[in-house]
Write a protein that binds this ligand. Structure first.
Ligand SMILES: Cc1cc2nc3c(=O)[nH]c(=O)nc-3n(C[C@H](O)[C@H](O)[C@H](O)COP(=O)(O)OP(=O)(O)OC[C@H]3O[C@@H](n4cnc5c(N)ncnc54)[C@H](O)[C@@H]3O)c2cc1C
Length: 286
């Protein structure tokens, strides 16, 4: 989801960057598709947040007033007879498409990508890197290792992995228009018809085990929102680590006095924040 509407309601550097990034997304996707020659599933689908009680509706209305100050537009609407808010500017993008297209575009520009070569150590000045395959001299290092980032160099703001599960179903395309959400539950549909539901929020360290109870919980919350999902079992279940950070906003910048740059700590919004983070880092590097 590229969803400031569902995710943000207080002024912060992160909220500013998120709004900027959402504005940049259409052009980012267009450029990337052109350079990679690959299609990216990106759609300004909007999002509908449903209220199932008067108290929830009041809370949604209060939130929308705070959001209006951040430039997040929303309107009252109805969903299945319940009051709801429509966020017309929220969007969906398939992060697997984006990552694949970035790999192709980078390779076409001559970037050498060494996959499965874990970095073990970075020198304090950023002039050398040790990986599982050996030592490399470098002109500089950009640390963008998500929840693993702070372990790579002493003194960085601490990153904390926050595990989240997702599940998906193969459904008829266009079953769902906008993202549908209620509290911590959301469902969205890809162009292919794949319908994704999330999510859980678990502080369990770097444990990648699938938690059946978390998955069952998401499944029943998703079926409550979209009863059609109860007609067949999910086709995929997976989890990942959101990179939370002990700081007010993601660490995007230069470590003073070194040739080390950082771009990590994007927590729940790293896909949304990708274009703006890239723009800021590129500006600093060039
Ligand atoms: C369930 C769930 C739902 C989410 N939903 C959304 C959403 O709707 N919208 C949104 O914007 N964001 C969402 N996020 C958050 C988003 O996925 C993250 O913010 C984003 O992936 C962070 O990107 P990153 O590149 O910083 O880190 P990552 O995506 O974690 O990538 C870090 C990479 O660094 C590699 N790495 C780590 N250590 C080393 C090392 N020592 N050497 C070499 N490589 C290393 C890792 O293997 C990994 O490939 C969600 C996350 C989860 C878990």
């Amino acid at each position: 989801m590229l969803a400031p509407g569902g995710e943000l309601d207080t002024a912060s550097p992160l909220a500013t960057a998120a709004m900027e990034s959402l504005r940049e997304y259409p052009e980012f996707v267009r450029e990337l598709e052109e350079e990679a020659g690959e299609s990216i599933d990106f759609r300004r689908a909007g999002a509908v947040e449903v209220a199932f009680s008067d108290a929830e509706n009041d809370a949604l209305e209060r939130k929308s007033l705070r959001q209006a100050e951040l430039g997040i537009h929303s309107e009252s609407c109805l969903h299945a007879g319940f009051p709801a808010r429509l966020y017309p500017d929220d969007a969906v993008v398939d992060p697997r498409d984006v990552t694949r297209a970035l790999l192709t575009a980078c390779r076409r520009r001559g970037v050498v990508i060494r996959e499965h070569e874990q970095v073990l150590e970075i020198s304090r000045d950023g002039r050398s890197v040790r990986t599982i395959k050996g030592d490399h001299g470098s002109e500089g290092v950009l640390i963008a290792a998500g929840a693993w980032s702070s372990a790579l160099l002493p003194g960085l703001p601490r990153t904390i992995p926050v595990r989240g599960h997702l599940i998906s179903w193969v459904m008829t395309p266009w079953l769902l228009g906008p993202i549908l959400r209620h509290g911590h539950t959301y469902v969205l549909q890809r162009r292919s018809g794949i319908l994704v539901a999330g999510a859980s929020t678990e502080r369990v360290g770097f444990d990648r085990t699938l938690d059946e109870s978390a998955i069952d919980d998401i499944q029943s919350r998703a079926i409550w929102l979209l009863p059609e999902l109860g007609l067949q079992p999910p086709s995929e279940r997976w989890n990942g680590f959101r990179p939370d950070i002990e700081a007010e906003c993601p660490a995007v910048g230069k470590v003073p006095g070194t040739s080390v740059w950082t771009a990590f700590g994007h927590y729940r919004n790293g896909i949304l924040l990708a274009p703006e983070t890239a723009r800021r880092i590129a500006k600093m590097l060039t």
